[in-house]
Write a protein that binds this ligand. Structure first.
Ligand code: UTP
Length: 407
């Protein structure tokens, strides 16, 4: 693309200001900006104002496998899971492409130290949880780590320095997810430097398409991986590829297993597993009608009672049918660093604009069947989103201590 073509592309969508500093740039910087204009999909900007949850279908309850059943069938589920893991049919995929803006650290979230008397990094906790299964099954589970161009180098460098916290290096594969542009509330693109439009990772649903673009689906095929456990970087208590969950999902013969926790209260602010037009889906807390909140299942328990924790076991062979363009785009208010009128970098402390994301939970709705699998909240759900308060470093520390983890 030439400069004239790039200018025309941006002026057609009212975003010519991205060339404000063009004349000051070196030839390399000019080329980089033109290249970014050429490769970026700006169509997302037209989605501002159209909520992702528009046009929802008809919701109905989806029963979860509850603790009572899991405990009664523990040996059977465990054995099926161990068998699949030992046969190399199960991989893990860490979603670490997010910016963790609420936590407010400049480093990748996994590098955050939650220790009190010694360093305890988020990555360390996650890898230690996976290592429990490696040891139990005597199998080095393939571990994929998704980063973004914003945090890739720092993530890889840190994990190398820490010797991958004891994980076998040749069983880990990194890949970067794709990026989307970011703008202010009026839809005007932010610039993160004079030669670069602000971008942010395009949401955690980008994992499968980004993985395929990196050619890593070949690893899945070559190694005969049939199931892949996708999990968030910030839940320091979650079990990953744990045999009972793997076994339950395989024996249920579903497209995806989803770890869920029982809601603490009917109006708790979590997304809840359900069916939407007969397909598995997640209804957000603000979409739950009074009637749905009070609905009861055959046992008299609340019918919409299980919140998702972003830990899913996908059946690999069904992923190729999941299409990015069928997934809603979520327009999310976030803190976006930008350069001001004078070209100085500003790091906002409050959300100042929109990012565009596709979310894993929308992948679930494209699959035909799902097993919600109940885990005990106090044992498996300690997400770190904020420095203090709800879902924070403080609350996660308390839960870790209760589970006997030394900090
Ligand atoms: P969050 O929804 O908490 O987003 O991500 P975030 O960007 O990390 O944090 P905030 O909202 O800016 O504070 C949930 C999980 O999805 C991953 C995150 O790394 C985390 O594991 N994620 C999120 C990605 O991998 N890519 C993305 O584009 C977004």
């Amino acid at each position: 693309m030439t400069y004239e073509e790039a200018r025309a592309k941006m002026s057609a969508i009212g975003q010519e200001h991205v060339f404000k500093y063009y004349d000051e740039l070196s030839d390399t910087q000019k080329a980089a900006l033109i290249h970014q204009v050429e490769e970026t999909d700006f169509a997302v900007l037209s989605r501002i104002g159209s909520g992702a949850s528009d046009n929802r279908g008809v919701f109905s309850p989806l029963a979860a496998m509850q603790r009572s059943e899991i405990e009664a069938r523990e040996q059977e589920l465990h054995d099926a899971g161990v068998k699949a893991i030992k046969e190399g049919k199960t991989a893990a995929l860490l979603l670490a492409g997010g910016m963790g803006t609420r936590l407010g650290s400049d480093n990748p979230k996994g590098m955050f130290d939650i220790g009190l008397t010694k360093p305890v990094y988020i990555f360390e906790r996650i890898i230690s949880n996976l290592l429990d299964v490696v040891k139990e099954t005597d199998t080095w589970i393939r571990l994929f780590i998704m980063t973004s161009e914003k945090n890739h180098d720092a993530t890889v460098k840190f994990l190398k320095e820490k010797n991958f916290f004891g994980y076998k290096e040749d069983r880990i594969v990194f890949f970067k997810q794709d990026m989307a542009p970011a703008c202010d509330y009026s839809g005007k693109l932010y610039m993160e430097s004079k030669d670069r439009i602000s971008t942010s990772p395009n949401g955690n649903a980008g994992w499968y398409s980004s993985m395929c673009r990196a050619g890593l689906d070949k690893i899945l095929t070559n190694e005969g991986i049939e199931w892949i456990d996708i999990f968030a970087v910030d839940n320091v208590l979650q079990r990953i590829c744990d045999p009972c969950f793997v076994g339950a999902t395989i024996l249920a013969d579903v497209s995806v297993g989803a770890k869920v926790v029982r809601k603490a209260a009917p109006d708790e602010k979590v997304g809840v597993m359900c069916l939407e037009d007969g397909r598995p889906s997640i209804v957000e807390y603000y979409e739950l009608s009074e009637e749905m909140m009070n609905a009861k299942d055959a046992n008299g328990d609340p019918a919409y009672n299980y919140g998702v924790i972003l830990n899913y076991l996908f059946r690999v062979r069904e992923l190729s049918a999941v299409a990015d363009d069928k997934m809603p785009l979520h327009v999310v208010k976030k803190k976006i660093p930008y350069i001001d009128e004078n070209g100085a970098l500003v790091k906002p402390t409050e959300p100042n604009g929109y990012k565009f994301e596709q979310l894993v939970l929308d992948m679930i709705h494209q699959l035909s069947t799902c097993l919600p699998y109940e885990v005990v909240r106090e044992k498996e759900f300690a997400p770190i989103k904020n420095p203090t308060g709800i879902d924070s470093v403080e609350s996660a520390r308390e839960l870790l201590k209760k589970n006997g983890v030394e900090l």
